[in-house]
Design a protein around this ligand. Structure first.
Ligand code: SF4
Ligand code: MG
Length: 326
């Protein structure tokens, strides 16, 4: 499958003020990736690694500071205004189902609003709203319901319906099932899988929950302090993780056993150890936590190396001529 979207060396910096000083936070730093059409690219990493910023850069909610972006074989402005058609083809679904919906609008009104803005006729709007409500598995009568009358899972179905109504080709889901109970999560993930097939949707699926990402993704990108450290097909990543950070992440996956008291511990329980993206370590950004760190790691940033078909890793252990090559 050809890529629907490509990012080439995309960065996003913010200026933050601290103690009267202006500091530069590099939230996304030189990210290159491809999202294949009709597939799901998972993006994982600890909180603060730049996942949400990257999601917003991809959908255009943030403009990039530098880099190039290609959507459907055409260059799109990485910073500055995007063409309307491109904006419409990429929709986003966020975590908090309740705050995303206007509490005073009915479900039908919320879904219809962006369609009306586009100037669609009333008849077409009504038909589209009815179709997407049914496509996300809700009864037609829910069109007249208010968000507070729905459960969290139902509200998230409404948010998905609202994104679908615009007939996007790509949907970026940022922690879209993270606020839901495990059983409801599974239902919404199955719904997303069905919709992907029926609508030929391309997903970028962002989550701190590795079990969920493994379940839904075809390929996975691992982010650390705003940089891609590993990118591989999902199965390959889980069977053969190569970057020391990926290995650490996968070894800290909470068990799925409901009796295991560690199971709901967040991935980022060690967040106090994570260096800041304001003043990241020189060379490899992971070196302050890496059990394999070598002298070169402080001096040079590791370039991405393709270790097998479609498996990229940015770590000096894999660079050619490295004494430590595994
Ligand atoms: Fe560890 Fe060095 Fe690889 Fe970075 S480049 S992950 S510090 S071994
Ligand atoms: Mg986030």
């Amino acid at each position: 499958e050809r890529p629907l979207m490509e990012l080439l060396n995309v960065s996003k910096t913010f200026t933050v003020r601290s103690g009267g000083k202006r500091l530069t936070l590099s939230a996304v730093d030189g990210v290159s990736l491809r999202v294949r059409e009709g597939k799901t690219l998972g993006i994982v990493g600890e909180s603060g690694c730049g996942k949400s910023t990257l999601a917003r850069v991809i959908t255009g909610l943030h403009s990039a500071t530098s880099g190039e972006m290609i959507f459907d074989r055409a260059q799109i402005p990485a910073s500055g205004k995007r063409p309307k058609e491109v904006i419409q083809q990429m929709q986003m679904v966020f975590q908090d189902p309740s705050s995303a919906l206007n509490p005073r609008a009915t479900v039908g009104e919320s879904i219809a609003f962006p369609l009306r803005v586009q100037g669609m006729s009333r008849k077409d709007v009504d038909a589209r709203v009815t179709k997407v409500i049914s496509d996300v598995g809700l009864p037609a009568s829910y069109s007249g319901s208010y968000p507070h009358q729905l459960s969290g899972g139902q509200r998230q179905r409404v948010n998905i319906a609202r994104a679908l109504a615009l007939q996007p080709r790509m949907v970026v889901l940022d922690e879209a099932v993270s606020a839901l109970d495990k059983s409801i999560q599974a239902q919404v993930l199955n719904l997303l899988t069905d919709l992907q097939r029926d609508y030929n949707l391309t997903y970028v699926f962002i989550s701190h929950d590795l079990n969920v990402v493994e379940y839904i993704s075809d390929e996975v990108v691992v982010l650390y302090l705003g940089q891609v450290v590993e990118h591989a097909p999902a199965k390959e990543l889980w069977e053969n993780p190569q970057h020391p950070y990926t290995k650490l992440l996968l070894s800290s996956i909470p068990s799925m056993d409901p009796d295991d008291s560690t199971r709901d511990q967040p991935l980022d329980k060690d967040s106090s150890e994570i260096p800041s993206a304001i003043n990241p370590p020189s060379g490899c950004r992971f070196r302050t936590r890496c059990p394999m760190a070598m002298d070169i790691c402080a001096q040079q940033a590791p370039p991405p190396i393709e270790t097998s078909d479609g498996h990229l890793v940015a770590c000096h252990l894999y660079t050619e001529g490295s004494q430590a090559a595994a």
